[in-house]
Write a protein that binds this ligand. Structure first.
Ligand SMILES: [Zn+2]
Length: 429
């Protein structure tokens, strides 16, 4: 806990020092921005950068994210009962909450709820299983329709806890040495909407509540129509540097079921909760994986980060590929610089690389950065960062997942790609 506070404090300190430094103005061409921060000027042109599409975070908004706390859930069970979770039934969010609560009946599992709720007022949970010092981090469910991965993470969590309670020697030893930390459902409003349709939204005014169900079942966004996986305040978020024009169909400039980054980076409650979770955990982890469902792929590496960091990601990527035979995309496949950056793995990768909040830029940046955007040459914390895309619809329907995945698809994926064994490989260093 002390170390966590120290890290949060040092992040604040560093951006404090940036706030006293106005050098950034010198690197802005045709600058007349001395009284404003760069982040408040979408559309300004920078040397080496074409355009910033949306503003970054202010210092107080970033501090709000740092100040989120995680309250421990108290166990209501005093005698452990095995928890069987079956993938052939789609759990709704209240059932997931019950399952998380029940996991805390074991001394090896701890659950926490964030002090900030989702935009439609649902609780966001983190789970910690194990007492070891070697930490591995998993997240899932940032995209609404990709509901399978939340269940995969929770199924693995119950397998670990059940085996521990049955005194399975391998698992007891594993959990004495390792700790698995997960955020199983980042976007609980989107998850609920993708399973139960528009009537699941509490606030009837929100974007998703106003959509018809055919649209909702295709949705990736949160309840407000914002793609959380574009909303993170990272060095390259919402920046065009490959060309002056938006040249991808994957950008929306208003609330949408897909591809809208928001009106400001870090604007969404879910984004802030995840930022806080990653700032707390990445410095102590050796591996982080975020789960999506767009066609049996693995992503490894970020073009603006160090070769050393990208090598770490490559080696986890190969471990996953060798087990699943999913296609591995390396650093050259990472689509960067077309305005679609600002993902959860961009944020985690930049924390691993020692980036800090830069008030002038309104986002994370390298320690001594005075401009957007430069390649860095070191890794700060030795934590690999990867995306796994499970599941795929048929070729006829397209490459990735185009609507809410089904329990049948989840059962098939779990068995065919031996995902339980994959998780066991991922949690070992
Ligand atoms: Zn996704």
């Amino acid at each position: 806990m002390k170390r966590v506070l120290l890290i949060l404090y040092s992040i604040v300190l560093v951006f404090k020092s940036f706030s006293q430094n106005s050098d950034i103005n010198a690197s802005v061409s045709g600058s007349s921005i001395s009284n404003s921060t760069v982040s408040e000027l979408p559309g300004m042109y920078f040397p080496g950068v074409s355009k910033i599409l949306i503003p970054g975070m202010t210092r107080s908004q970033f501090l709000d994210a740092c100040a989120i706390q995680w309250l421990p859930l108290q166990s209501e069970i005093h005698e452990w009962k095995p928890l069987e979770t079956h993938l052939n039934k789609q759990l709704n969010y209240p059932e997931i909450e019950t399952l998380i609560q029940n996991l805390t009946g074991s001394e090896i599992a701890k659950a926490y709820v964030a002090t900030v709720l989702s935009e439609d007022n649902r609780k966001i949970y983190a789970l910690e299983i194990g007492r070891g010092s070697k930490k591995v981090v998993f997240t899932a469910g940032i995209h609404a329709r990709e509901v399978g991965n939340t269940q995969f993470l929770l199924k693995f969590a119950t397998i670990l806890v059940d085996k521990y309670e049955q005194k399975d020697q391998m698992v007891v030893e594993l959990l004495n040495n390792y700790c698995v930390v997960m955020l199983p459902c980042i976007n609980p409003d989107g998850y609920s909407a993708a399973i139960e349709g528009n009537t699941s939204l509490n606030n009837r005014e929100l974007f998703l509540a106003l959509q018809d169900n055919t649209e909702i079942f295709k949705a990736k966004s949160n309840a407000k129509g914002i793609d959380l996986n574009r909303n993170f305040p990272t060095y390259s978020s919402s920046i065009l540097w490959k060309s002056d024009e938006i040249r991808t169909p994957y950008i929306s400039n208003s609330p949408s079921i897909n591809y809208f980054a928001g009106y400001r980076l870090g604007s969404e409650n879910e984004t802030k909760v995840v930022m806080n979770f990653l700032i707390r955990n990445i410095p102590y982890a050796f591996r982080y994986v975020d789960f999506h469902s767009a066609g049996r792929l693995i992503y490894a590496g970020k073009p603006h980060l160090s070769d050393e960091f990208n090598d770490l990601c490559d080696s986890t990527g190969k471990l996953i590929r060798n087990h699943t035979r999913y296609t591995l995309y390396g650093v050259n496949h990472e689509d960067s610089g077309n305005g679609t950056d600002g993902t959860i793995t961009d944020f985690a990768a930049e924390i691993a690389s020692g980036f800090v909040f830069n008030e002038k830029l309104g986002r994370l940046a390298p320690h001594k950065a005075d401009s957007l955007i430069q390649k860095v040459d070191e890794v700060h914390y030795k934590c690999s960062v990867n995306t796994i895309e499970t599941l795929r619809t048929s070729r006829r329907e397209g490459y990735g997942l185009l609507r809410t995945s089904t329990p049948e698809m989840h059962v098939n994926e779990w068995l065919k790609y031996r995902l339980e064994e994959l998780f066991f490989k991922l949690i070992k260093e």
